[in-house]
Design a protein around this ligand. Structure first.
Ligand code: NAD
Length: 486
């Protein structure tokens, strides 16, 4: 056993305010995707561990006084946690990069300052939260209470672990819920640091519990009768199972699932103004971001120009080791993920699209799960590369005839998570944005504001995170009514 959370075999889980040995003796290796070497292992929590964590969260919900605190007092804990996360941002970023291969600067920003920002944002909403409001009429006075839902299960994927946890844990804590967090097995080590910071912030024991493990652990947690709310981010296939399990137990559920979001470049677009979005919005973290704009819809009249510009922008991305500051595109998270991306590239070719950039493993990167930045042209919206989530650095450029055709292609998707419209005429872009079937759409912009609700329609999920809507997901409404005073 080691206390170094960045390497070695971890034997502990964070339950009831302390690290304690897991009941499970099974360990899951943690692999550095840049070296393909296992450098740590984490417990694969079993049913006893899950039950312990849910019991700890349940007794903290009932007995610690957390749920009854004034929301503004809970906000102070969130702000302390935010400070601590920010102060350890570099370390969090490094630990995440070692596990998922995200270029270091992005990882430090996403798992440090950005994660801290979410806790601060929800602290601000907690300050404004009025737990009780009064209504009168029809012969009664009613006190409407906003109460915390109860124990929340928070399950996240590997692509931005501390940000994804913060999207859930911050509103859960602000609302007065207690929580059991389950990070992805690929990226659990950073959550040992979170556990330490939760304790340092003085959050009462049992309010936050963190257990590690794979899909069985997640499924056991979701089905546990002590859980009243599930917030899940992950694949659509797993989300469907989570939804079914929640239906069985009538649990509140938020699902942030996959996407195949479109960038619509209208015929008046200034292509040079769009190009900076190729790295940041179309292929961020090698395309392993759910809202990445991986379908580019280009006007037929300017198709070659757009394809050439995208090829040039994707071709300029620097592939390298994720710890190298020059790197924009590191390895994919796992061998399984690389195999999946390579299968999609093969299927695109087989279905008649043309690879105009990349399509293979980059020369000189024989070790590590690297795939070249890849662009397909002459694709249509019925191909698998246009319909399914690839989760790799692969862009599919599809031509359209006019605005109506662009919207038809954009909405002809099983997914509806993000999307963006690029145009020289913002009003025209805004009008078209209203017609896009997705949870959020950018117009000449693709950085998500903290107060903008985020989530999907169709197979991209149910419910919203961030914004006041993100807090509401952890609140239950109760009416207490009584006769009016005589
Ligand atoms: P995944 O669904 O395999 O796993 C995600 C998490 O769920 C992990 O912690 C995993 O252990 C757990 N899990 C898996 N099956 C489960 C089950 N049946 N019950 C409970 N928990 C279960 O996804 P992944 O491959 O780790 O992540 C990639 C996926 O996540 C992509 O599809 C991506 O689009 C999606 N994602 C969505 C968003 C969003 O906000 N919409 C953000 C990031 C990632």
């Amino acid at each position: 056993m080691t206390n170094d959370v960045t390497r070695g075999v971890q034997d502990n889980l964070f339950i009831g305010g302390r690290l304690r040995p897991a009941h499970s003796v099974t360990r899951i290796p943690v692999i550095d995707p840049a070296t393909e070497q296992a450098f740590a292992a984490i417990p694969d929590a079993d049913t006893v561990d899950v039950d312990d964590a849910v019991r700890a969260a349940t007794s903290a919900f009932r007995d610690s006084g957390w749920a009854e605190l004034d929301p503004a007092e809970r906000a102070e804990y969130l702000r302390r946690l935010a400070e601590l996360i920010e102060s350890r941002g570099e370390e969090l970023g490094r630990v995440v990069t070692a596990q998922n291969g995200m270029p270091l600067a992005n990882s430090i920003a996403g798992n440090g300052a950005a994660a801290a920002g979410y806790y601060r944002y929800f602290a601000g909403l907690a300050d404004e939260l009025e737990p009780e409001t009064e209504r009168s009429g029809r012969g009664a006075r009613t006190v409407v209470r906003q109460e915390p839902v109860g124990v929340a299960a928070l399950i996240v994927p590997w692509n931005g672990p501390q940000g994804a946890i913060a999207w859930k844990l911050a509103p859960a804590l602000a609302a007065g819920c207690t929580a059991v967090v389950k990070p992805a097995p690929e990226t659990s080590l950073d959550s040992y640091i979170l556990a330490e910071l939760v304790s340092q912030a003085g959050i009462p024991p049992g309010v936050v519990n963190i257990i590690t493990g794979g899909r069985e652990t997640g499924a056991t947690l979701v089905s546990h009768p002590g859980i009243r709310k599930v917030a899940f981010t992950g694949s659509t296939a797993a989300g469907r199972k989570v939804a079914l399990a929640c239906a069985e137990g009538f649990k509140r559920v938020t699902l942030e699932l996959g996407g195949k979001s479109a960038a619509l470049l209208l015929d008046d677009v200034d292509v040079s103004a769009f190009l900076p979005f190729v790295a940041s919005a179309c292929a961020p973290f090698s395309g392993q971001i759910c809202r990445a704009l991986t379908r580019v819809l280009a006007p037929r009249s300017r198709y070659d120009e757009v394809v050439d510009a995208i090829v040039s922008a994707m071709g300029d991305l620097t592939v390298g080791h994720p710890l190298d500051p020059a790197t924009q595109l590191g390895p994919l998270v796992s061998e399984r993920q690389r195999t999946r991306v390579e299968d999609y590239i093969r299927s695109g070719r087989e279905q008649g699209a043309k690879v105009v950039l990349g399509g293979s493993r980059p020369p000189g990167f024989e070790t590590g799960y690297y795939v070249e930045p890849t662009v397909f042209r002459d694709a249509d919206n019925n191909m698998r590369i246009a319909r399914e989530e690839i989760f790799g650095p692969v862009l599919t450029v599809i031509p359209f005839d006019d605005d109506d055709d662009a919207i038809r292609i954009c909405n002809d998707s099983d997914y509806g998570l993000g999307g963006a419209i690029f145009t020289s005429d913002a009003d025209r872009g805004f009008a078209l944005a209203r017609r896009v079937e997705s949870g959020s759409v950018g117009v000449n912009h693709y950085a998500l504001p903290l107060d903008a609700p985020f989530g999907g329609v169709k197979n991209s999920g149910i419910g919203r995170e961030l914004g006041p809507e993100g807090l509401a997901a952890y609140l239950e409404t109760k009416a207490i009514y009584h006769p009016p005073a005589a």
